[in-house]
Write a protein that binds this ligand. Structure first.
Ligand code: DMJ
Length: 546
């Protein structure tokens, strides 16, 4: 029998309305009997995992039948729409989920179709951020799975075409980085570069969410330019942090002035925090660890009102928005990766209490009034809460997180399922459906739900049992910590002479000479962890010790 979650509400003086609300909501959600009745048993977990698989195919087949090769599905009217660039976005975003589910046939067919049909020499102006996380990340993860026998999903006929497409795409994004700060423009035309009238204002997430995909691409191709521009962008943002070590939400990429000074962990900033930690985990670059430590300490000091997070002015620390926004829900998962599990447990419980109240999390929930924030009433099938649920289950093996997963699945099945897929919810109070299905539903939401229940059953997937540790990109794409990517043998692979474009394709194969894990790097990473501010054993330690 599970015990009610331990509540520890720390009085901080500054935010008493939030604390009252926390107590009320948490009590409502966590009182015995208020949550789901019985805990999920292992045999039920198996059924739930299979139900999630059916959910995936209802949506994926709906997309393939009614929308492909357009970008996204309109699941109510059973049509398609081009939303990002017109290159089968949902298929590309779904490829590694297909591989994770062990669907070799559809994975191979998808990889082959993309390799043969997708082109980026098109006159389209696209978001650098979205194109990077959804398209480049999707291509790279599929390439890494399809080209590697050890994944069990290798495609024998695969010729590296997705890597070539990745290089082509990333090169078309490069003109966006030609700014005085190194922080890229928000959008770029794939054929002509940055439009003359392109806005010079971009978000912190836009400039800080490139390191994983660009770094992996550099390391697979021996072309350091991608990794360099991504790092310069992070440095450009971090150099402009406030004295409190906070970053704002929007910045002018030419002047470096913050045009929106609200600091927070959610909208417009979220994955900046995520990528500095994950770039350290994947690449072992301690500059990113340092940035993460400083940024995280400041966030916990100025933004954290246990268990909630608020937005404050980055310079003064004064509260500007006592709001929960749905993108914040990735944070407990990130805290698990960092080894700071206790506050993650409390925050996840608070966020889940909002889900329980409405059946979904609204985009905005006002912590002062305890109501849905006007204009932020929708739930567009976002993954963040289930992502954190997965990480917390992984860290604690507390079966309460399976109950959470079951609740989330039930809400999706009951209110979001629609004729050809799953619909956005336009208002969490009325549950009215909206004719849209973002590609991240298949790349992330369904993936994390499936991983949660598979873990409970006794995992049978490449993330848990595969040949490498995997880092998930912010779009849920699987990026493996292969020696080639973690650069355990720098001289052999990165600074060597087997540059991309040598013509023999050898640069995308792992050299036998470079297959050994470099003990020195592993040890040095472990030592650096003694400086990490966290005390709870977490994934970060597990990751570098394995
Ligand atoms: C996804 O594209 C990514 O998770 C991104 O970091 C935030 N927005 C969506 C999901 O909500």
């Amino acid at each position: 029998m599970m015990q009610p979650m331990r509540l520890r509400l720390r009085r901080q003086g500054r935010a008493s309305p939030l604390l009252c609300l926390s107590a009320a909501i948490l009590a409502a959600a966590l009182l015995p009997g208020a949550a789901v009745a019985d805990g999920v048993t292992p045999s039920e977990a198996r059924l739930l995992r299979d139900e999630v698989k059916d959910m995936f195919y209802h949506a994926f087949d709906g997309y393939m039948q009614h929308a492909f090769p357009l970008d996204e599905l309109r699941p109510l009217s059973c049509q398609g729409e081009d939303s990002l660039g017109g290159y089968a976005l949902t298929l590309i975003d779904s490829l590694d989920t297909l591989a994770l589910l062990g669907d070799k046939e559809r994975f191979a067919a998808g990889v082959e179709w993309v390799g043969k049909n997708v082109r980026f020499d098109i006159n389209k102006t696209v978001s650098v951020f979205e194109t990077n996380i959804r398209i480049l990340g999707g291509l790279l993860s599929a390439h890494l799975i399809a080209s590697d026998y050890a994944t069990g999903m290798e495609i024998e006929s695969y010729d590296g075409q997705l890597l070539h497409l990745s290089v082509d795409l990333a090169q078309r994004l490069l003109p966006a980085f030609d700014t005085p700060t190194g922080i890229p423009f928000g959008s770029v035309n794939l054929l002509y570069g940055v439009d003359d009238d392109e806005s010079k204002i971009t978000s912190t997430a836009g400039g800080g969410t490139l390191t994983l995909e660009f770094g992996v691409l550099s390391r697979l191709t021996n072309n350091t330019v991608f990794e360099q521009v991504a790092k310069k962008s992070v440095r450009g943002i971090w150099a402009r942090r406030s004295k409190l070590n906070l970053v704002g939400a929007h910045i002018n990429v030419f002047t470096g002035e913050w045009t929106q000074k609200d600091a927070g962990i959610g909208t417009s900033i979220d994955s900046f925090y995520e990528y500095v930690l994950k770039a350290y985990l994947l690449f072992g670059d301690e500059e990113y660890l340092y940035v993460f430590q400083e940024a995280y300490k400041a966030a916990m000091h100025y933004l954290h009102h246990d268990p909630w997070y608020i937005e404050v002015n980055m310079n003064s620390g004064a509260t500007v928005w006592p709001l929960f926004n749905s993108l914040q829900a990735f944070w407990p998962g990130l805290q698990v990766l960092a080894g700071d599990v206790d506050p993650a447990i409390r925050t996840h419980a608070a966020f889940f209490s909002v889900w329980k109240k409405y059946g979904f999390t609204p985009e905005g929930f006002n912590l002062a009034t305890s109501t849905v924030q006007n204009g932020q009433r929708s739930y567009p099938l976002r993954p963040e809460l289930i992502e954190s649920t997965y990480w917390l289950f992984k860290a604690t093996r507390d079966y309460r997180y399976l109950d959470v997963g079951r609740d989330i699945l039930a809400s999706l099945q009951y209110a979001a399922k629609c004729p050809c897929g799953y619909c956005h919810i336009s208002d969490v109070e009325t549950h009215k459906q909206d004719d849209h299905m973002e590609s991240f539903f298949l790349a992330e939401t369904v993936k994390y739900l499936w991983l949660l229940f598979d873990l409970a059953v006794g995992p049978d997937n490449i993330v848990e049992n595969g040949p490498y540790k995997y880092i998930f990109s912010t779009e849920g794409h699987l990026l493996p910590a292969t020696p080639e990517i973690t650069l355990v043998d720098e001289h052999c692979l990165y600074f060597g002479d087997r540059g991309y474009g040598s013509g023999d394709g050898s640069s995308i194969q792992q050299s036998a000479n470079c297959a050994q894990f470099d003990e020195r790097r592993t040890v040095s990473s472990q030592n650096s962890l003694s400086n990490v501010l966290f005390t709870t054993r977490g994934y970060i330690k597990e990751f570098v010790q394995d």
